[in-house]
Design a protein around this ligand. Sequence first.
Ligand code: AMO
Length: 435
Amino acid sequence: MKRINVKIDLIACMDIHRGYYSKDINEDMIGKRVRVAGWISDIRELSTITFLIINDIYGPIQIISSNINKIPKQSIIAVDGIVQRSRSKTMPLEIKAERIDLLAEAVHPLPLDPSGRIDSSLDVRLDARALDLRNINTRAIFKIRHHALQSIRTTLIKHNFIEVNTPKIIGSASEGGANLFAFKYFNKQAYLAQSPQLYKEQLTLALDRVFEIAAYYRAEKSHTIRHLNEFISIDIEAAFMDAEDVMNIAEEVIIDVFAYITRYASKELEVLNINHEIPKIPFERLTYARIIDELKRDIKIEYGDDLPDHGLRLLGERHKGFYFITDWPLELKPFYIHAKDDEPNLSCSFDLQHGYLELASGGRREHNPNILKKRLVEQGLKPEDFADHLKVFEWGMPPHSGWGLGFDRLMMILTNTNNIREVVLYPRDTERLTP
Ligand code: AMO
């Protein structure tokens, strides 16, 4: 560590601590000696004095110093000095340095300029993500992400959901299907979990209402702006609830998150130029049959087809905000979804959409083990492969419902970004495995 000499105090060892964050420096401290620390985002050298802007997570603070040795931008310094009024219009207070400790030097050239004065492509930014986070916009996204998670936890806990952690290394597919990452687990075949579906259902047996926030893995080759091979899902499962009950919970989770970030991340939303209106509930509920009728006017589609990408795009143009698609044909939904009592070809299931983007899917689950076995066979899956799961349904399984919500996709909506990679720190897609 180098010490840049303004006036050196007689301490044996360099202090690596920060006294105050930038946000804590206020008028009442004028004349007071403080220690602040952060990275240098700007340097202006005049004939006898130097202006340094240092940043910490909360923002910038101006440092004024008699001429100092050159310190490269982005280096980490700690400054001891006296708080005083400044002539700057944007930063009314500054610190007159008495001593500057260079705690870590940034080695130039750097892969990007976090000030944003020089644009960098998303790939360059992702390759240098830690440095990219020094950009005020990128940092805002991840602070909003933090607050959004906090809000979702609060809403679910308020409804008596308890947070659980289920395994991500699993011995058989949880959703069926082929998009599993497979690997050797000692001498056994293992997979990365696609979702916590089977575990969360099992847990309602005793824990009543559970939620999990975790990463899941899908070996999909699709390279789109809304798919990743590792994504974060918010999953809930609740005993003694039906599809409508868990749709209501989804609505509450969404409107709470808008209200929470508007309150607790107002500065970050301002940085991103976002002014959210809190969505109105209840969200519109459109049946699958109605959606097909609507799409039939413009594209080739039949009742019983899944909704193709271009169909979703059309829907997104017509339905701008949040809406549910309900009453899906049973055959389009996974084996664990319950049929409607009065219309057995339809399912008690829903997708939650935001415009074209599918945000969540869920529904009531089949809790009769005999029907579950039949459904597995109908979908070309082997009940033997699900023996560990099916046996739980013989132990007194309450009726239950739940959903899984793509948190990264929700973040795209909350931050008005159109590429999922913008809202994920270190995205994993078909090409990207590092950093
Ligand atoms: P589903 O497969 O629809 O349902 O996934 C739930 C939600 O997770 C998000 N999602 C993704 N996000 C980014 N990249 C991906 N590759 C990706 N795949 C899915 C979507 C989606 O709506 N077990 C059920 C949920 C349930 O019924 O509880 C399930 O996994 O936003």
